[in-house]
Design a protein around this ligand. Structure first.
Ligand code: NAP
Ligand code: MG
Length: 503
């Protein structure tokens, strides 16, 4: 049984029971250990303490899961027997179950990822529920078209069909939500899924696996494999029985996935990294912009693909805005995920990630950038966890690694600019193109920038909004395809054109 610091919120009885049990993979409706019998440990990043041993799935387990998902897709009730309305009902029922188990899921997320329990309760779990409900509504609305054709006595129409077996590989920053972003449209469209969560955060996926069963999905429709990316993940990507990979993660791993997918040319959709520009003009509501820019980067500890990490500020308000952000940043409170006293942020995800982020901070300092605030790991009662002060840099040259590369941690560079053409050029000079923000009262300027910024999402006088109905994804090396909304249904369906001659 896991022993947690006695300063933590008492665990929900369902979480205690869950953590006390041996963890199993969900494959074809059966609960199995890894074929090798091996496990790996997941840790609480707030304390560094072990939470649970989970099965270390590898190629043999992927083989079983693909067979189960193939059988469910090719000959099971899912495809031929269940009506779209029944699929919708199952997704709605899963959403209801997430709601009933909201506290357990939020606690597991706070333990495994370190984010404040309050955040998991108010963001991760409710957004997952909304997502399932939204896509439940799509299940019986996936329509084709009738198309006027030139040939005489000919009739053509299209149908959208599920792709088949989808391997869904997700990261650790929003473990449950990232999984649901993919599972919901994939199931709504009638696919079968094999979920592979990140090795740092397998617990909410394993808990979700139980809810799949309770909701009543037919065996093999939803499978969950915990394991390492290079083993379970790579085997999934490599497998000829997998028709599609839906991936959220780093651009580096995405390149390996695209290469490996070549063997059977499986479909691949990618939600990747970013280094998003956030542009504050002098004519903005500066109070709003200061608040927005602070949370654009420090929300979720900078561990968001959309983090507003390049903060361009018009020179004549530069000092005021930087001072305002510094003041807000110094007031940010950190604490363990399950610390009951209110706090804004948790630790970064792991010792490895902490070392990576502090490496960037050191490189920034060596490169001549100056710290306004932050930069230090926290000691005292938080010394066992991976707590890093939110960090604000100025005087960073555009070609420093802290300005160009995705840090995926609580580090922002404030960069002055003089005119709109210059800042647009600098904002777009990135290999990434996930999101961008503009703060201004000038509607024409805002719209000109919205049109010219190379980004999948542009926020005007706001930051970070995502909803199930609004497409989300990246330009350039930030991804392929769009999740959310009808675009996500398109990502999980094939189009068939049918011609009929009636002459
Ligand atoms: P990551 O290292 O790329 O890992 C993502 C997932 O891929 C994990 O489940 C990982 O398993 C697995 N994986 C690793 N190597 C693999 C391989 N060779 N084949 C198949 N799967 C493999 O990313 P991360 O560090 O967890 O997450 C941070 C990244 O995700 C950032 O770049 C961030 O921007 C991006 N992100 C993007 C979005 C978006 O929607 N655009 C949203 C959130 C995060 P292991 O955990 O076992 O390595
Ligand atoms: Mg963990």
């Amino acid at each position: 049984m896991v022993t947690l610091p006695n300063t933590y919120t008492a665990l929900d009885a369902r979480v205690s029971a869950f953590l006390a049990q041996e963890q199993r993979l969900l494959i074809g409706g059966r609960w199995l250990p890894a074929h090798s019998g091996e496990t790996f440990t997941t840790y609480d990043p707030s304390s560094g303490l072990p939470l649970a041993a989970v099965p270390r799935a590898a190629a043999a387990d992927v083989e079983l899961a693909v067979q189960a998902a193939r059988a469910a897709f090719d000959s099971g009730p899912w495809r031929s027997g269940l009506s779209p309305l029944e699929r919708a009902r199952l997704l709605w029922r899963l959403a209801d179950l997430l709601e009933q188990h909201a506290e357990a899921l939020a606690q597991l997320e706070a333990l495994d990822n370190g984010k404040p329990l309050a955040t998991a309760r108010s963001v991760d779990v409710p957004l997952s529920v909304d997502h399932l409900r939204y896509f439940s509504g799509w299940a019986n609305k996936i329509e084709g078209a009738t198309i006027p054709v030139n040939e005489k006595n000919m009739f053509a129409y299209t149908v959208r069909e599920p792709i088949g077996v989808c391997g869904l590989i997700v990261p650790w920053n929003y473990p449950l939500l990232m999984a649901i972003w993919k599972i919901a449209p994939a199931l709504a469209a009638g696919n079968c899924v094999i979920l592979k969560p990140a090795e740092q955060t397998p617990l909410s996926a394993l808990y979700l696996a139980r809810l799949f069963e309770e909701a009543g999905f037919p065996p093999g429709v939803c499978n969950v494999l915990t394991g390492y990316g290079e083993e379970a993940g790579a085997a999934l990507v490599d497998h000829h029985g997998v028709d599609k990979i839906g991936f959220t993660g780093s651009t580096e791993v995405a390149r390996a996935i695209v290469k490996a997918s070549v063997s059977n040319l499986k479909r691949v959709s990618l939600e990747l990294g970013g280094k998003s520009p956030n542009i504050v003009f002098a004519d903005a509501d500066l109070e709003q912009a200061i608040h927005g820019a602070t949370w654009a980067i420090f929300g979720n500890n900078g561990q968001s693909c959309t983090a507003g990490a390049r903060l361009y500020i018009e020179r004549r308000v530069f000092e005021d805005v930087v001072e305002g952000i510094a003041e807000k940043t110094r007031a940010i409170t950190l604490g363990a995920g399950l610390d009951p006293s209110p706090h804004d942020l948790g630790p970064v995800i792991s010792a490895e990630q902490l070392a990576r982020v502090t490496g960037y901070i050191e490189a920034g300092l060596r490169g001549g950038a100056r710290l306004v605030t932050g930069g230090e790991r926290l000691g005292g009662v938080l010394a066992g966890g991976y707590f890093l002060q939110p960090t604000l840099f100025i005087d960073a040259h555009d070609d420093l690694s802290i300005v160009r590369e995705e840090i995926f941690g609580p580090v922002v560079c404030a960069l002055p600019f003089d005119d709109p053409a210059e800042v647009l050029r600098r904002a777009n000079s990135s290999e990434y193109g996930l999101a961008a923000g503009i703060w201004t009262h000038d509607l024409r300027k805002a719209q000109r920038f919205a049109a010219a910024l190379q980004a999948g999402t542009v926020w005007i006088n706001t930051w970070g909004n995502t909803e199930a109905a609004v497409p989300f994804g990246g330009y350039k090396q930030s991804g392929h395809g769009r999740e959310m909304g009808y675009d996500a249904i398109q990502l999980y369906t094939e189009v068939k054109s049918v011609w009929t001659y009636y002459g």
